[in-house]
Design a protein around this ligand. Structure first.
Ligand code: 5AD
Ligand code: SF4
Length: 484
């Protein structure tokens, strides 16, 4: 057997979807060098930690993770350790001073150089640092290629990410992204469509287009608008669903709002981070919109698509956030009726201007605000979920639910529980009984199936497949299983 084929790489991915995508690309590139994936650092010849710097806690996690790996390396000295991503970009010196065991530090804009650096490590070089940040001169595809054309090997399931742009030009005052990911650059639409085609041919049903601020897609490079890109992806045969993250409320154009009715495969969900419901805070955050402008955008969206699900991000305890400001945020949650939200306690980030702002909110108060915010949202989510009971919704089935294959389930009448998402991105878990022979679990994965919602849970919905539908599915001769 070819020795080369026996090399193993473990990639640990921390942080956002961008990192998930970058890790996939790194795996692609390393596969071409003869590396196969492994989950265990005890088996790996190379370990890559793909890191996140968005909040202080995320960064602490990186340092403890790298520390653990370096301890393992003492017992496996031939193992190479690479640190990539945002912390590598920003804290290269600290990483290299603190951890002797780290062999490669790779910045966010030089991922394409990974194979060269790994080859150098194999040839005995050590302690390579490459955190070059090519400036705004335009992001060539060289810096952002789909690494391998063999998409079938890419791990992952029904829903797959495609990065359409990198970096950010917004400079929100709390945010580290513009400093660690660089200026905003977009990939040409042709390359994106080509990658989507590849992913679909490898079994993807849903593509999620990724960028820090997708609404400004293509503007700098004069490519096409984001809405036009959506049309092009919509035309790719075999794509069932399109999602995108993240939009900036300031740039949410009427053209994009209209896409929610015009682009057939675009899901009925928008993630629109609001961060705060109080104008003075939004101003200091440098978000460049007001509470009213945000609400006006929501109204516009709902005039186009009345039952669109909107989710958001909120930061609590931003410097100078008063109790009254915070209550404005709670009030906004009720007013918009978000489906769900991601909430974060503010933390200072290197280079982000807010670190120097006065009137920092104390840790205890931040904890209390976070708790209250989550409780408020919980009630709203539950209310929305309860209003859906009795409805039948199309669910793109992703696989078995967490408990889907437990022995208890198997014993209880042979039912298995599957999981998937509605177009609104709501998680639905539903049981099917393969013993009845109507529909087999494996046949459902990657297909859109009609599921009746029977119960509301805190973070998901419980459903069942209507029996008559199962019968229809059963007789569908293995073709696409679709709701009418
Ligand atoms: N502190 C807390 N939360 C932050 N976010 C970004 N920077 C910070 C910070 N310094 C949150 C924002 C953003 C999400 C990805 O992370 O809500 O939308
Ligand atoms: Fe950070 Fe603001 Fe850019 Fe989002 S839009 S990545 S919050 S600077």
């Amino acid at each position: 057997m070819n020795e080369e084929k026996l090399k193993k790489v473990m990639i640990q991915t921390l942080g956002c979807q961008m990192n998930v995508y970058d890790s996939e690309r790194m795996a692609d590139m390393l596969f071409l060098l003869g590396y196969e994936p492994t989950d265990s650092p005890w088996k790996a010849d190379l370990v890559i930690v793909n890191t996140c710097a968005i909040r202080e806690k995320a960064e602490q996690k990186v340092f403890s993770s790298v520390g653990r790996l370096c301890a393992i390396k003492q017992r496996r000295p031939r193992m190479k350790i690479a640190v990539a991503g945002c912390v590598a970009q920003q804290q290269a010196e600290k990483l290299s001073a603190r951890f002797e065991g780290v062999d490669l530090i790779l910045g966010t804009r030089v991922i394409h150089k990974l194979p060269d650096h790994v080859k150098a490590l194999e040839n005995g070089e050590s302690r390579i640092t490459d955190v070059e940040m090519p400036d705004s001169g335009g992001l060539s595809e060289e810096n952002c290629p789909p690494a391998a054309q063999d998409y079938r090997r890419r791990p992952g399931g029904v829903s797959r990410y495609v990065t359409i742009m990198r970096g950010c030009d917004n400079f929100c005052s709390y945010c580290v992204v513009p400093y660690v990911r660089g200026r905003e650059n977009s990939r040409p639409p042709g390359r994106i469509v080509e990658e989507v085609r590849g992913l679909v041919s490898a079994g993807a049903g849903e593509v999620v287009l990724l960028g820090q601020n997708v609404n400004s897609y293509g503007k700098k490079e004069k490519l096409c608008s984001f809405a036009e890109l959506l049309e092009q992806v919509n035309d790719v045969e075999g794509v069932e669903r399109i999602r995108f993250v993240t939009s900036h409320p300031r740039d949410l154009s009427d053209e994009l709002a209209a896409a929610f009715s015009g682009v057939k495969k675009l899901c009925n969900h928008l993630h629109l981070p609001v961060q705060s419901g109080a104008d003075p805070v939004l101003k200091r955050m440098n978000r460049k919109y007001t509470r009213d402008a945000y609400l006006e955008r929501i109204e516009k969206l709902r005039s186009v698509s009345p039952d669109i699900a909107v989710t958001t991000d909120v930061i609590v305890g931003f410097p100078g956030e008063t109790r009254q400001d915070f209550e404005m945020t709670l009030d906004l949650l009720e007013q918009v009726g978000f489906d769900t939200l991601f909430a974060f306690e503010y933390s200072d980030r290197p280079r982000a201007p807010a670190r120097k702002f006065d009137s920092k909110v104390g840790q205890e108060e931040k904890n209390a605000r976070l708790k209250q915010l989550l409780q408020t949202q919980e009630k709203i989510t539950r209310r929305i979920h309860e209003s859906l009971v009795g409805r039948t919704m199309n669910v793109l089935v992703e696989g078995y639910s967490r408990h889907g294959r437990s022995p208890r389930k198997q014993e209880s009448g042979g039912c298995v529980e599957m999981t998937g998402r509605t177009s609104e991105n709501r998680i639905v878990n539903f049981e099917i009984n393969p013993d009845q022979g109507l529909v087999q679990p494996e046949d459902l994965i990657g297909k859109t199936a009609p599921v009746e919602i029977i119960r509301a849970c805190a973070n998901s919905l419980k459903g069942k497949m209507p029996v008559e539908e199962s019968a229809v599915l059963y007789t569908s001769k293995g073709g696409k299983i679709h709701a009418a």
